[in-house]
Design a protein around this ligand. Structure first.
Ligand code: ADP
Ligand code: ZN
Length: 192
Protein backbone atom coordinates (compact mmCIF):
# COMPACT_ATOMS: atom_id res chain seq x y z
CA UNK A 1 0.00 0.00 0.00
CA UNK A 2 1.28 3.53 -0.64
CA UNK A 3 2.46 5.27 2.56
CA UNK A 4 -0.40 7.78 2.48
CA UNK A 5 -2.88 5.01 3.23
CA UNK A 6 -0.93 4.29 6.42
CA UNK A 7 -1.33 7.79 7.74
CA UNK A 8 -3.10 6.76 10.85
CA UNK A 9 -2.43 8.32 14.25
CA UNK A 10 -2.28 6.79 17.69
CA UNK A 11 -1.20 7.42 21.28
CA UNK A 12 1.73 5.63 22.94
CA UNK A 13 2.28 6.03 26.68
CA UNK A 14 5.51 5.18 28.54
CA UNK A 15 5.20 5.02 32.34
CA UNK A 16 7.11 3.79 35.38
CA UNK A 17 8.87 5.20 38.47
CA UNK A 18 11.88 7.50 38.43
CA UNK A 19 15.01 5.87 36.95
CA UNK A 20 12.97 3.29 35.03
CA UNK A 21 14.25 4.66 31.70
CA UNK A 22 11.17 6.60 30.51
CA UNK A 23 13.23 9.48 29.12
CA UNK A 24 15.71 7.01 27.65
CA UNK A 25 12.88 5.16 25.88
CA UNK A 26 11.24 8.38 24.66
CA UNK A 27 14.60 9.58 23.31
CA UNK A 28 15.14 6.21 21.60
CA UNK A 29 11.78 6.40 19.85
CA UNK A 30 12.31 10.04 18.83
CA UNK A 31 15.79 9.36 17.46
CA UNK A 32 14.49 6.46 15.37
CA UNK A 33 11.76 8.68 13.91
CA UNK A 34 14.40 11.33 13.10
CA UNK A 35 16.59 8.71 11.38
CA UNK A 36 13.54 7.89 9.23
CA UNK A 37 13.39 11.63 8.36
CA UNK A 38 10.03 12.09 10.03
CA UNK A 39 9.11 15.51 11.40
CA UNK A 40 9.13 15.44 15.20
CA UNK A 41 8.17 17.99 17.88
CA UNK A 42 9.29 17.23 21.44
CA UNK A 43 7.89 19.05 24.46
CA UNK A 44 8.46 19.04 28.20
CA UNK A 45 6.88 20.97 31.06
CA UNK A 46 8.87 24.09 31.87
CA UNK A 47 8.91 23.39 35.62
CA UNK A 48 11.13 20.36 35.11
CA UNK A 49 14.60 21.84 34.78
CA UNK A 50 16.55 19.05 36.38
CA UNK A 51 18.93 19.23 33.41
CA UNK A 52 19.33 21.52 30.42
CA UNK A 53 16.18 23.59 29.78
CA UNK A 54 15.74 22.92 26.07
CA UNK A 55 16.42 19.19 26.03
CA UNK A 56 14.94 15.95 27.26
CA UNK A 57 17.88 14.34 29.06
CA UNK A 58 17.89 10.85 30.53
CA UNK A 59 19.78 9.85 33.66
CA UNK A 60 22.37 8.16 31.44
CA UNK A 61 23.04 11.40 29.55
CA UNK A 62 21.19 10.81 26.25
CA UNK A 63 19.38 13.91 24.98
CA UNK A 64 17.10 15.36 22.31
CA UNK A 65 15.98 18.93 21.82
CA UNK A 66 12.66 19.80 23.45
CA UNK A 67 10.42 22.84 23.67
CA UNK A 68 9.63 23.80 27.29
CA UNK A 69 5.92 24.62 27.80
CA UNK A 70 3.78 25.55 30.78
CA UNK A 71 0.53 24.15 29.37
CA UNK A 72 -0.86 22.07 26.52
CA UNK A 73 -2.16 25.31 24.97
CA UNK A 74 1.43 26.57 24.64
CA UNK A 75 2.19 23.59 22.39
CA UNK A 76 -0.27 24.66 19.71
CA UNK A 77 1.83 27.29 17.87
CA UNK A 78 4.46 24.59 17.27
CA UNK A 79 1.95 22.20 15.68
CA UNK A 80 1.46 24.00 12.35
CA UNK A 81 2.37 22.43 10.02
CA UNK A 82 1.45 19.21 11.76
CA UNK A 83 4.52 17.13 12.70
CA UNK A 84 4.38 13.39 12.02
CA UNK A 85 5.44 12.66 15.59
CA UNK A 86 4.68 14.62 18.78
CA UNK A 87 6.45 13.55 21.97
CA UNK A 88 5.99 14.86 25.52
CA UNK A 89 8.22 13.94 28.48
CA UNK A 90 7.17 14.33 32.14
CA UNK A 91 3.54 14.46 30.97
CA UNK A 92 2.31 14.02 34.55
CA UNK A 93 3.05 17.71 35.18
CA UNK A 94 0.87 18.96 32.32
CA UNK A 95 -2.76 20.02 32.49
CA UNK A 96 -5.91 18.25 31.29
CA UNK A 97 -5.63 20.09 27.98
CA UNK A 98 -3.03 17.49 26.98
CA UNK A 99 -5.67 14.75 27.02
CA UNK A 100 -7.81 16.57 24.45
CA UNK A 101 -4.78 17.63 22.42
CA UNK A 102 -3.36 14.09 22.26
CA UNK A 103 -6.73 12.76 21.10
CA UNK A 104 -7.04 15.50 18.49
CA UNK A 105 -3.52 14.94 17.15
CA UNK A 106 -3.97 11.16 16.98
CA UNK A 107 -7.23 11.78 15.12
CA UNK A 108 -5.33 13.90 12.62
CA UNK A 109 -2.84 11.13 11.91
CA UNK A 110 -0.06 12.08 14.34
CA UNK A 111 1.93 9.50 16.31
CA UNK A 112 1.74 10.82 19.87
CA UNK A 113 4.34 9.59 22.39
CA UNK A 114 3.77 10.52 26.04
CA UNK A 115 6.13 9.61 28.90
CA UNK A 116 5.54 10.24 32.58
CA UNK A 117 5.24 8.95 36.12
CA UNK A 118 2.16 6.78 36.56
CA UNK A 119 2.35 7.11 40.36
CA UNK A 120 3.34 9.97 42.67
CA UNK A 121 5.64 9.55 45.69
CA UNK A 122 2.68 8.31 47.75
CA UNK A 123 1.92 5.57 45.25
CA UNK A 124 -1.25 7.36 44.04
CA UNK A 125 -2.11 7.81 40.33
CA UNK A 126 -0.40 10.95 39.06
CA UNK A 127 -2.53 13.73 37.51
CA UNK A 128 -3.75 13.03 33.97
CA UNK A 129 -1.68 9.85 33.55
CA UNK A 130 -4.52 7.39 34.33
CA UNK A 131 -6.66 8.96 31.61
CA UNK A 132 -3.80 8.99 29.11
CA UNK A 133 -3.12 5.32 29.87
CA UNK A 134 -6.76 4.46 29.29
CA UNK A 135 -6.89 6.31 25.97
CA UNK A 136 -3.57 5.03 24.59
CA UNK A 137 -3.36 2.34 21.92
CA UNK A 138 0.04 1.25 23.23
CA UNK A 139 1.32 1.27 26.82
CA UNK A 140 4.81 0.48 28.04
CA UNK A 141 5.18 0.11 31.79
CA UNK A 142 8.87 0.20 32.72
CA UNK A 143 10.54 -0.79 35.98
CA UNK A 144 13.78 0.29 37.63
CA UNK A 145 15.74 -1.82 40.13
CA UNK A 146 14.65 -1.49 43.77
CA UNK A 147 17.61 0.02 45.64
CA UNK A 148 16.64 -1.92 48.79
CA UNK A 149 16.10 -5.48 47.55
CA UNK A 150 16.84 -5.67 43.82
CA UNK A 151 13.28 -6.53 42.81
CA UNK A 152 11.63 -4.67 39.92
CA UNK A 153 10.90 -1.16 41.22
CA UNK A 154 7.47 0.20 40.38
CA UNK A 155 7.33 3.03 42.93
CA UNK A 156 9.25 6.26 43.51
CA UNK A 157 10.41 6.61 47.13
CA UNK A 158 10.57 10.19 48.35
CA UNK A 159 12.94 10.81 51.24
CA UNK A 160 12.84 14.04 53.23
CA UNK A 161 15.87 14.60 55.45
CA UNK A 162 16.53 10.87 55.13
CA UNK A 163 13.03 9.74 56.23
CA UNK A 164 10.12 8.48 54.09
CA UNK A 165 7.92 11.44 53.10
CA UNK A 166 4.56 11.88 54.80
CA UNK A 167 1.36 11.30 52.85
CA UNK A 168 0.35 14.92 53.50
CA UNK A 169 3.70 16.46 52.52
CA UNK A 170 3.40 19.20 49.90
CA UNK A 171 4.93 18.48 46.51
CA UNK A 172 7.40 21.30 47.08
CA UNK A 173 9.09 21.43 50.47
CA UNK A 174 11.05 24.53 51.35
CA UNK A 175 14.29 24.15 53.30
CA UNK A 176 14.40 20.34 53.41
CA UNK A 177 16.92 17.93 51.92
CA UNK A 178 15.00 15.61 49.67
CA UNK A 179 15.80 12.86 47.25
CA UNK A 180 14.06 10.15 45.29
CA UNK A 181 14.91 6.51 44.67
CA UNK A 182 13.21 3.60 42.90
CA UNK A 183 11.67 0.91 45.12
CA UNK A 184 9.38 -2.09 44.77
CA UNK A 185 5.89 -2.25 46.31
CA UNK A 186 7.18 -4.04 49.43
CA UNK A 187 10.01 -1.59 50.11
CA UNK A 188 8.09 1.60 49.25
CA UNK A 189 7.22 3.60 52.38
CA UNK A 190 4.90 6.48 53.17
CA UNK A 191 4.43 7.97 56.64
CA UNK A 192 0.91 8.89 57.68
P1 ADP B 1 13.26 8.13 33.98
O1 ADP B 1 12.97 9.07 32.84
O2 ADP B 1 12.29 6.98 34.07
O3 ADP B 1 13.51 8.80 35.31
P2 ADP B 1 15.86 7.90 32.79
O4 ADP B 1 15.72 7.45 31.38
O5 ADP B 1 16.12 9.36 33.05
O6 ADP B 1 14.62 7.37 33.64
O7 ADP B 1 17.06 7.11 33.51
C1 ADP B 1 17.23 5.72 33.44
C2 ADP B 1 18.67 5.44 33.87
O8 ADP B 1 18.77 5.63 35.28
C3 ADP B 1 19.16 4.01 33.69
O9 ADP B 1 19.61 3.75 32.38
C4 ADP B 1 20.33 3.96 34.67
O10 ADP B 1 21.50 4.45 34.07
C5 ADP B 1 19.93 4.96 35.75
N1 ADP B 1 19.62 4.39 37.08
C6 ADP B 1 20.05 4.91 38.26
N2 ADP B 1 19.60 4.17 39.32
C7 ADP B 1 18.85 3.14 38.79
C8 ADP B 1 18.13 2.04 39.36
N3 ADP B 1 18.07 1.82 40.67
N4 ADP B 1 17.48 1.20 38.52
C9 ADP B 1 17.54 1.40 37.18
N5 ADP B 1 18.21 2.40 36.59
C10 ADP B 1 18.87 3.29 37.37
ZN1 ZN C 1 12.32 -3.83 47.23
Amino acid sequence: MPPTLHRQGWIEVIVGPMFSGKSEELIRRVKRALIAKQSVAVFKPRLDNRYHEAHVVSHDGERVEAIPVESALEMEPYLTPLPQVVAVDEAQFLDRGLVALAEELAGQGVRVILAGLDLDFRGEPFGIMPELLARAEFVEKLTAICVRCGAPATRTQRLVDGLPARYSDPVILVGAQERYEPRCRACHQVRY
